[in-house]
Write a protein that binds this ligand. Structure first.
Ligand SMILES: *[C@@H]1O[C@H](CO)[C@@H](O)[C@H](O)[C@H]1NC(C)=O
Ligand SMILES: *[C@@H]1O[C@H](CO)[C@@H](O)[C@H](O)[C@H]1NC(C)=O
Ligand SMILES: *[C@@H]1O[C@H](CO)[C@@H](O)[C@H](O)[C@H]1NC(C)=O
Ligand SMILES: *[C@@H]1O[C@H](CO)[C@@H](O)[C@H](O)[C@H]1NC(C)=O
Ligand SMILES: *[C@@H]1O[C@H](CO)[C@@H](O)[C@H](O)[C@H]1NC(C)=O
Ligand SMILES: *[C@@H]1O[C@H](CO)[C@@H](O)[C@H](O)[C@H]1NC(C)=O
Ligand SMILES: *[C@@H]1O[C@H](CO)[C@@H](O)[C@H](O)[C@H]1NC(C)=O
Ligand SMILES: *[C@@H]1O[C@H](CO)[C@@H](O)[C@H](O)[C@H]1NC(C)=O
Ligand SMILES: *[C@@H]1O[C@H](CO)[C@@H](O)[C@H](O)[C@H]1NC(C)=O
Ligand SMILES: *[C@H]1O[C@@H](CO)[C@H](O)[C@@H](O)[C@@H]1NC(C)=O
Length: 417
């Protein structure tokens, strides 16, 4: 009995996670702690894309609980892997001062990713937090890029909570494609006079949508650790250093069936693969991207019929409806001569009268009109009453009616009788 139960537990993940199959290479682990590792990245021997060395290896260190994923034998801890970027834990420069202005701690940052498939994304903002701090960001490689920002303030300033507004916090843009860069902190007055509420200054890169500045950050001893943990740096990645057009001719071209090649926009060369519209899966893993059944969450009109076709879907309409069947286009419209009885009009007239707090005067009929016939046989009753009965009929195309309605604020009875 126990064996069977265990077997179930072991087999269940294989049966139910069909996406896991497309995530990692066969026989490879696809998770390290909470991180989902999607090929071309991989955990363990021969699990990542091999053609460009071991840059896509994820070192899953199980001596931590939960295990921590690091990039390519380095010390960059990965937070998230997406189809076009990576997020890693932050690098925070920090400089702290005593009351008398002596620097007691000075940690600068120096990163060199030259020769790797990785570079800083321009969605990062270079950020300085402090009230007597300035930092210079230097990006080397084959271009010389310098940028910087300074923040100067006293306790009396009005700090805007949640926003980096140049008061206590400043931010500046960086271009994408930087691989070799450094930053460290400097000060004008060594934090003298402000050390009571702001002993340290900080500089770091931050995904512009994630970092929120708070005044309490100035005196929070755990600010650096919190930022490292919670504010990721966005890293662009690419396969190799060739453009799509060149890579397509090579034997190790990575984009498999039904996928498109997308040139990296970092200026460093390289490309990524993307499933073509109407297909999904992992474009780097055999058999490539597969046809999606778009009809699963009906993309057509509610009275439409969806047909799954290769790479797309078609919409049409059910019997009794016409149109193109699409949700946002012509949709599906009921054929006009189906079920439109005269008593529907009687009901509508009644509803309008009620809305205006009026009564419809009984015994008034609307007649169909024909050529030379004013009062045709088909009629519409303006209000149903026990004394007046008319035949149930249905409206048809091209019929003409003279609508005759009398309303009253009184009883709705003709006083002449
Ligand atoms: C990794 O791949 C190489 C070349 O394909 C092969 O020689 C080697 O045995 C593989 N190693 C493992 C652990 O599968
Ligand atoms: C895992 O991390 C520990 C602690 O930092 C370190 O000593 C060890 O070498 C790491 N193991 C691997 C395989 O990287
Ligand atoms: C970064 O690494 C590249 C290649 O490894 C090297 O040429 C360059 O000088 C390094 N940059 C710095 C600032 O050390
Ligand atoms: C700040 O500290 C540095 C080094 O300790 C010193 O050279 C400089 O004069 C100090 N500046 C001020 C304004 O105290
Ligand atoms: C610090 O405070 C002293 C005394 O109030 C003042 O003389 C000095 O100018 C202040 N320094 C700065 C940098 O604000
Ligand atoms: C920050 O993290 C480091 C390393 O994990 C730890 O040694 C240090 O005590 C932490 N600092 C604070 C203020 O939590
Ligand atoms: C492109 O990558 C290849 C192999 O990784 C390397 O030998 C070559 O120098 C790179 N070319 C450029 C322009 O970086
Ligand atoms: C990949 O394709 C999806 C859907 O077709 C699109 O939204 C996305 O922008 C594409 N990514 C790249 C890097 O081209
Ligand atoms: C899908 O719609 C197109 C355009 O209306 C039509 O040409 C095609 O034959 C349809 N395909 C199927 C499988 O219904
Ligand atoms: C559309 O749906 C997918 C997923 O179920 C199938 O794999 C495809 O074969 C199917 N395409 C066609 C043309 O039927």
């Amino acid at each position: 009995m126990l064996t069977i139960n265990l077997l179930w537990l072991l087999l269940a993940p294989l049966f139910f996670s069909s996406t896991a199959a497309a995530t990692a290479k066969q026989g490879c682990e696809h998770k390290c702690g909470d991180l989902i590792v999607r090929y071309p990245f991989g955990i363990g021997k021969n699990c990542s894309i091999g053609i460009i060395g071991s840059w896509f290896d994820v070192n899953c260190n199980t001596s931590f609980n939960p295990p921590k994923p690091f990039l390519a034998n380095g010390n960059l801890e990965i937070v998230k892997i997406s189809s076009d970027e990576l997020r890693v834990k932050n690098w925070v420069a920090m400089k702290c001062y005593t009351e008398t202005g002596d620097a007691i701690r000075d940690d600068g940052i120096n990163i060199n990713l030259t020769g790797t498939p990785y570079s800083l994304a321009d969605s990062n903002k270079f950020t300085v937090v402090g009230c007597d701090d300035q930092s210079l960001f230097r990006g080397a490689s084959d271009r010389n890029f310098y940028s910087g920002c300074l923040s100067f303030c006293s306790e009396r300033e009005h700090f805007v909570d949640g926003f980096c507004t140049r008061i206590g916090c400043c931010q500046t843009s960086i271009p994408n494609g930087l691989q070799d860069f450094s930053y460290l902190l400097g000060s004008f007055y060594n934090h003298t006079n402000i050390s009571s509420f702001n002993p340290c200054g900080y500089a770091f890169l931050a995904d512009q949508d994630v970092f929120k500045f708070h005044e309490s950050d100035f005196s929070d001893e755990s600010f650096r650790n919190r930022t490292i943990e919670n504010v990721p740096i966005v890293i662009d990645w690419a396969i190799g250093n060739q453009s799509c057009s060149v890579a397509k001719k090579s034997t190790d071209y990575a984009c498999l069936q039904n996928s498109d090649c997308v040139d990296s926009d970092t200026g460093l060369g390289g490309y990524r693969c993307n499933c073509s519209t109407g297909y999904d899966g992992n474009p780097y893993l055999s058999p490539g991207c597969t046809d999606v059944n778009e009809c699963e969450n009906n993309p057509c009109d509610e009275n439409g019929i969806c047909t799954n076709i290769t790479g797309s879907f078609n919409c049409s309409c059910k019997d009794g409806y016409f149109g193109d069947g699409t949700k946002n286009g012509i949709r599906c419209i009921a054929h006009q001569n189906t079920q439109f009885p005269n008593k529907d009009v009687t009901e509508v007239i009644q509803k309008v009268a009620v809305a205006y707090d009026c009564k419809i005067v009984e015994g008034v009929l609307s007649h169909q009109m024909k050529q030379f016939v004013i009062d045709g046989n088909k009629v519409v009753l303006s209000v149903s009453a026990p004394e007046t009965q008319v035949d149930d009929t249905e409206f048809e195309e091209n019929e003409v009616y003279a609508i005759d309605i009398v309303t009253s604020t009184g009883e709705g009875k003709d006083q002449r009788y």
